[in-house]
Design a protein around this ligand. Structure first.
Ligand code: GDP
Ligand code: MG
Length: 431
């Protein structure tokens, strides 16, 4: 059975923790999109880890961790992360990288950095991991599938020269910098292919067999619906689809095999980078939420920069769940709200004097104001509670309200960062 764990919002909903938790019963965990531009935080018996390229199953020795063809594959970061986790005592994980995955080249990072600098104040807030230039090249058909690395020098040189013809014009004329060093690029390709060769294989074939053998397969999404290039807050989006549906493409499996879609949403909102965020809060109120949030505050797993924060957004989350095709909602970080006397929730948007609960197109979002409803806080520590009925009534009311407002079944409530901090809940929306 194939399950997807994906985000309803702007990312950082706590997908890493939920994937790590669900991995206990999984045979295979797959990354199907994105690259090293976002991070998952996982807390377990080995310590606290920020994963950027590794699938979240790497801490379980019974799991095969797969990098699907849809990923922007940064070989160096991948190998560094592997060294990092094994050096902290984690047994060497099983890893399979698709022989069709495309490689994030050193010049993708360069172009990302140059473009962010050129846009200055109007930048996208990119993590400068090379993701946008990578996907642009992939769809412009000048990318590198990893299998292409294993060709004769002459073939490689010819491809490098044809790419340089385009890139050098931009480098010299637009960015006023040096052209690509073609020799160095060839040497880089040859060095990388030696290091990565042992991990490569035919992923779609492997998964086809696994599905036939009834293996439990987890598709692990990065970011969330708001960052989808089609359905998110374009253009402040990422460059590959974080939707569960894309898991079929980015891993190479039939779409009808994805039977369960766990959509992760946090009990308040956070976002990194620029873009519309209707329920965002500022000042002291935001500092408090940021410092109480997540596991040790809402600061980026990749960049360490403070995340933007706001109240729970039912409008964005309902839309986010719908586009993901949600079968189960995992509501995370509920424990972090224990400090509040009153908890505001964004229940609708006011757009040009009218209230709506349907998520508008980006051009209208900027004019939306949050319609807030306040809930009584529970004012205590709810970590360690295992049954929904044992939560303070105020916390139950909060979860029940969110479930009704978004219209999807909340079957998991996460009340702490570690794997065991989870409450399975019977939802009235699921029989
Ligand atoms: P991801 O990108 O969706 O995997 O989310 P991140 O890992 O970037 O951010 C989520 C943050 O919340 C991390 O610091 C997690 O350790 C933390 N976290 C996840 N679930 C919970 C929870 O239920 N309670 C608390 N306090 N922290 C959590
Ligand atoms: Mg994250």
């Amino acid at each position: 059975m194939v399950k997807a764990v994906v985000g309803a919002n702007w990312g950082d909903e706590g997908k890493g923790k939920i994937t790590d938790m669900l991995s206990e019963d999984a045979d295979i965990v797959i990354r199907f999109q994105g690259g090293a531009n976002a991070g998952h935080t996982i807390v377990n018996e080995y310590g606290k880890f920020a994963l950027h390229t590794m699938p979240s199953g790497v801490f379980h020795s019974h799991i095969m961790n797969v990098i699907g063809n849809g990923v922007a594959f940064d070989i160096e970061k991948f190998l560094n992360e592997l060294d990092d986790i094994t050096s902290k005592g984690v047994p060497a994980p099983n890893i399979l990288v698709s022989d069709r995955v495309q490689v994030l080249m050193p010049y993708h990072v360069l172009f990302d950095t140059l473009e962010e600098a050129r846009l200055a104040g109007k930048s996208f807030g990119s993590t400068k991991s090379g993701i946008a230039p990578f996907y642009s090249d992939k769809y412009a058909k000048i990318g590198w599938q990893i299998n292409e690395f294993f060709q004769d020098d002459d073939v490689l040189k010819e491809k490098i020269a044809s790419i340089a013809a385009i890139k050098d014009t931009l480098l010299t004329d637009l960015y006023h910098t040096e052209p690509l060093d073609q020799e160095a690029l060839l040497a880089w390709i040859k060095a990388q292919r030696e290091r990565i060769a042992p991990f490569l294989g035919n992923v779609s074939l492997y998964l086809n067999e696994a599905i036939k053998n009834n293996k439990t397969i987890l598709l692990e999404g990065q970011l969330g619906t708001m960052k989808d290039p089609d359905h998110g807050i374009y253009p402040m989006v990422t460059s590959s689809s974080p939707l569960a549906a894309y898991g079929a493409i980015g891993a190479g499996i039939p779409p009808y095999e994805i039977k369960q879609i766990v959509v992760v949403t946090k009990a308040y909102s956070s976002a990194v980078g620029a873009g519309e965020f209707v329920s965002e809060i500022f000042g002291e109120e935001a500092d408090l939420l940021r410092n109480n949030g997540g596991d040790g505050g809402e600061y980026g797993a990749t960049t360490g920069r403070p995340r933007r924060v706001g109240w729970y957004d039912c409008v964005a989350s309902k839309y986010g769940c719908r586009l993901q095709g949600c079968t189960d909602v995992a509501l995370t970080v509920l424990d972090a709200l224990g400090y509040l006397d009153e908890i505001p929730v964004c229940v609708a948007y006011e757009l040009d004097g009218e209230e709506t609960t349907e998520f508008p197109v980006t051009k209208d979002l900027a004019r939306c104001k949050p319609v807030l409803k306040k809930f009584k806080g529970w004012k205590c520590d709810i970590r360690g509670i295992k049954n929904f009925e044992e939560l303070p009534q105020e916390a139950q009311d909060y979860v029940n309200f969110i479930e009704q407002a978004i219209g999807y079944p909340v079957t998991m409530v996460s009340n702490g960062p570690s794997r065991s901090d989870i409450i399975y809940r019977k939802s009235p929306l699921k029989n």
